[in-house]
Design a protein around this ligand. Structure first.
Ligand SMILES: CC(=O)SCCNC(=O)CCNC(=O)[C@H](O)C(C)(C)COP(=O)(O)OP(=O)(O)OC[C@H]1O[C@@H](n2cnc3c(N)ncnc32)[C@H](O)[C@@H]1OP(=O)(O)O
Ligand SMILES: O=C([O-])CC(=O)C(=O)O
Length: 375
């Protein structure tokens, strides 16, 4: 194959466009949103960092209040939409399958509030604002209980957990949840974000881009690794079984979920922070044990992959399940909760793509039959 037909499988290393949303420094293990290291943002309010990611700057106090009010007003599901969603959710599909199906519809019946953006952007923001209530509605429908009353709190994390559980979360729970969500807001041209950009590049509606991105996030090599990493921890069962489990995975070509990353050559900085959060929130013995199992898998994986060409370490997904579980989020709702944060990153990229658009259309190296006579 000549140099001109070199295939970049998985588009590894291909620079498809520029972005000013986030910088992933995979060699140093650093992540920046709009120039700020995530370590300096992780203890802020979620809405502040969301604003930074979507609109480019941290908001002042007045703007933060405006944005939180917007999310609160726009985030309430109109009654008709709520009823339809409940019916669809009762089909019992995975929450991510339901969310992908209904994502575009979430912009219907717009609220009487706006952030003064273009119609496309407003529609995308409405979808994002309504995701927490939609996720809580799916949860209620699957549990067969009525949905909880819409909370009065304007704070994103408090509202999210209250929508799900119907009780006021503690300040520590809100802070652990918002930190986790902040760490998931954006990450360069990851698969779901790139999907959103491909769809946007065709000039399809922004809501279609979000729905397509949701589909990409649902894949276990991407967002759904969170649920699978936790299921793997259940399967391992005891820390003492970790070495044997990892050895078996490596011998049979089974991926250890939550390990490895396309960009990071050292540990994912978010994984370190999420592990620390997990250590703070894991209080009941079952959660402490899960954390012990994951730590043992982590250690065994590092030891047994030492000889690999590429350094493999825990990514964002590996320890996240323990935080979510300790906050009362069932494992089937991990990826949906991830989507509730990443959706704002997708919107930032939809806006950026629209500002300087060219249709995304790579080439393929044809390997089928040579042209032949028709018979
Ligand atoms: C939010 C996110 O999306 S974070 C990523 C979430 N996904 C996961 O955790 C799933 C598990 N991890 C993986 O499948 C991969 O590491 C990915 C998808 C994250 C990255 O994929 P790629 O960059 O294409 O890496 P690739 O699959 O080529 O792996 C390179 C080598 O490491 C190995 N490897 C990578 N990840 C793992 C893993 N989790 N378990 C075992 N081996 C692994 C591969 O088998 C390959 O080995 P080889 O060189 O001997 O062939
Ligand atoms: O960047 C990637 O390939 C995967 C991703 O979304 C993340 O790590 O947050």
């Amino acid at each position: 194959m000549s140099e001109s037909t070199h295939v970049h499988k998985g588009l590894e290393g291909v620079i498809a466009d520029t972005t000013s949303v986030s910088l992933v420094d995979g060699a140093a293990g650093r992540l920046y949103y709009r120039g700020y290291a995530v370590e300096t943002l992780v203890n802020k309010r979620f809405a502040e960092v969301m604003h930074l990611v979507v609109f480019g700057e941290l908001p002042d106090a007045g703007r933060l209040e405006e944005v939180e009010e917007y999310l609160w007003v726009a985030g309430r599901l109109p009654p008709d939409l709520a009823r339809s969603l409940r019916q669809i959710a009762r089909h019992g599909e995975h929450p991510m399958a339901t969310l992908q199906s209904i994502a575009s519809l979430l912009a219907n019946e717009p609220p009487a509030i706006s952030l003064g953006r273009t119609q496309q952007e407003e529609e995308a923001l409405i979808v994002a604002a309504r995701l927490p209530a939609a996720i809580a509605m799916i949860h209620a429908a699957l549990q067969d209980h009525p949905e909880h009353r819409y909370p009065v709190s304007r704070r994103y994390g408090e509202r999210y957990l209250q929508l799900l559980h119907g009780r006021c979360p503690t300040a520590a729970e809100v802070s652990a949840f918002e930190s986790t969500q902040i760490l998931q807001l954006d990450h360069g041209f990851n698969a779901s974000t790139f999907t959103a950009r491909v769809v946007t590049s065709t000039l399809a509606p922004a809501t279609s881009a979000l729905s397509a991105a949701m589909g990409a996030l649902y894949g276990p090599l991407h967002g759904a690794a969170d649920q699978q990493a936790l299921e793997m921890a259940f399967e391992v069962g005891e820390p003492e079984r970790a070495r044997e489990f990892v050895a078996q995975c490596l011998a049979t070509g089974r991926k250890v979920m939550g390990m490895g990353h396309r960009e990071y050559r050292v540990v994912d900085p978010r994984s370190r922070m999420i592990r620390a959060l997990a250590q703070q929130v894991a209080r009941v013995p079952d959660h402490v044990k899960l954390l012990d199992v994951l730590s043992a898998v982590d250690e065994a994986f590092i030891e047994q992959t030492r000889e690999k060409r590429r350094t493999l370490r825990a990514n964002l997904e590996f320890y996240k399940g323990v935080v979510y579980l300790a906050l009362g989020i069932p494992k089937e709702f991990f990826t949906a909760s991830f989507a509730a944060a990443r959706v704002f990153g997708w919107i930032a990229h939809v806006i950026e793509q629209r500002q300087d658009n060219r249709i995304i259309r790579p080439a393929a190296h044809y390997v089928g039959p040579a042209p032949r006579e028709s018979v």
